[in-house]
Design a protein around this ligand. Structure first.
Ligand code: NAD
Ligand code: ZN
Length: 379
């Protein structure tokens, strides 16, 4: 089968590799029809992780079941399924509580498991023609009839739509709240859409990319361009000087403490400053235990200094971590089916799998107009 394979920093190729196959009776084999490039893939792509050469990337996957293991009962051959990026067993202590991003069976330890990701188990990704799906009865979200017409919407349920939603839940968003979101990438835009769905009164999205801010505006948010003027000051102006009721970090470590940022524009400090006293902050932007490219020694060890004193004085709360996709994906799917959510509005490029390297290079450069790339292995 063809698959997107990691060769080294900023070097991915589409190679012929051995076909994915069923390995355990609880697996299914999925023929991938849509698979996305994610901001999280860029951590590996840019060479900032320990990912091994030869790894097949791809954790945002959707396709059709073509074979089912002998122990699979619920999912059937022919079902169109969206796969949460978390691989989870469904029966460990964490999965039982809905914390499927921290499954203790699929990747023993604290990191959770995912398709095609550094440090998240031995699983290959779905930027390929075929994908092996473990614990299939638990993991597969079976999509409703007609889903093939809305694949670019449903595929967002594998990660970024639930992740954006998770950011707002970690932040404790309530109907009527104002919310500030740092980052107008795919995840930040999905946080904005999630805030709208939950009845936020004012949604403010901060970034420097005008094309991405325009999408935020389309979702109903106030775009805040902090290229020349402090984002924090603009948020305070929009919130009578008190700050937003809550805030979301949808940027991650790649933009903090890195060479080229002479004055690190730390999103955590900006959040503490632009969220009101007692407000909640949800961090879904990824911070890794190590960041070898960081400017200072502490950040190299994954230690991010932020204004903890101000955070404490303001009595704020913080929630962090990988999204537990299964907590949200079923209900978000119903919103898509009902025409009440259209996450595909952020898709800028639909490419055949063969053009994946181009997709990576342009999305990584955050080139104007390259907001979200979906790959179509069948085309
Ligand atoms: P992305 O990296 O393209 O988006 C980040 C956006 O933040 C960009 O538009 C960039 O211009 C903007 N930005 C950079 N510095 C900023 C600053 N100081 N202030 C405001 N905005 C700034 O891609 P993405 O797919 O949206 O991913 C965002 C983050 O979310 C990544 O770290 C990714 O790994 C993470 N993520 C986490 C989860 C999870 O489960 N927690 C899931 C998916 C992605
Ligand atoms: Zn992702």
């Amino acid at each position: 089968m063809k698959a997107v394979v990691y060769k080294g920093p900023r070097d991915v190729v589409v190679n012929n590799v051995p076909d994915a196959k069923i390995e355990k009776p609880t697996d299914v084999l999925v023929k991938i029809t849509t698979t996305n490039i994610c901001g999280s893939d860029l951590h590996m792509y840019e060479g900032r992780t320990s990912v091994e050469k030869g790894k097949i990337f791809g954790h945002e996957n959707l396709g059709v079941v073509i074979e089912a293991g002998t122990a699979v009962e619920r999912v059937k051959v022919g079902d169109r399924v969206c796969l949460p990026f978390n691989i989870s067993c469904g029966y460990c202590e964490n999965c039982e509580r809905g914390l499927t991003g921290f499954c203790l069976t699929a990747n023993p330890g604290n990191a959770g498991a995912a398709y095609g990701y550094a440090g998240m188990g031995p699983y290959n990704g779905g930027q390929a023609e075929l994908l092996r799906v473990p614990y299939a009865d638990f993991n597969c979200l079976v999509l409703p009839p007609g889903a093939e017409e809305k694949e670019n919407d449903y595929v967002m349920l594998s990660d970024i739509f639930p992740t954006g939603y998770h950011a707002t839940r970690l932040a404790g968003l309530q109907p009527g709240d104002s919310v500030v979101i740092y980052g107008a990438g795919p995840v930040g835009l999905m946080a904005a859409m999630s805030a709208r769905i939950q009845g936020a009164s004012k949604i403010m999205v901060v970034d420097t990319h005008k094309d991405r801010l325009a999408l935020a505006e389309k979702i109903g948010a106030i775009p805040i361009d902090d290229t020349d003027q402090s984002g924090v000051d603009q948020i305070l102006t929009h919130t009578d000087g008190h700050g937003a009721d809550c805030g979301c970090e949808c940027v991650g470590y790649q933009c903090c403490n890195r060479a080229g940022h002479e004055v690190p524009n730390l999103t955590m400090n900006n959040l503490v400053a632009s969220v009101k006293a007692t407000g909640g902050i949800g961090v879904v932007g990824v911070f890794m235990p190590e960041d070898p490219g960081a400017v200072d020694e502490l950040a190299k060890k994954g230690q991010l200094a932020f204004n903890f004193g101000e955070f404490f004085t303001k009595g704020q709360r913080i929630g962090t971590g990988q999204c537990n996709v299964k907590l949200y994906n079923r209900n978000l799917a119903k919103l898509i089916a009902a025409g009440k959510a259209n996450p595909s509005m952020i898709v800028s490029h639909e490419l055949p799998l063969d053009q994946a390297a181009d997709g990576y290079a342009n999305f990584d450069a955050r080139k104007d107009g390259w907001t979200k790339v979906v790959l179509k292995p069948g085309k």
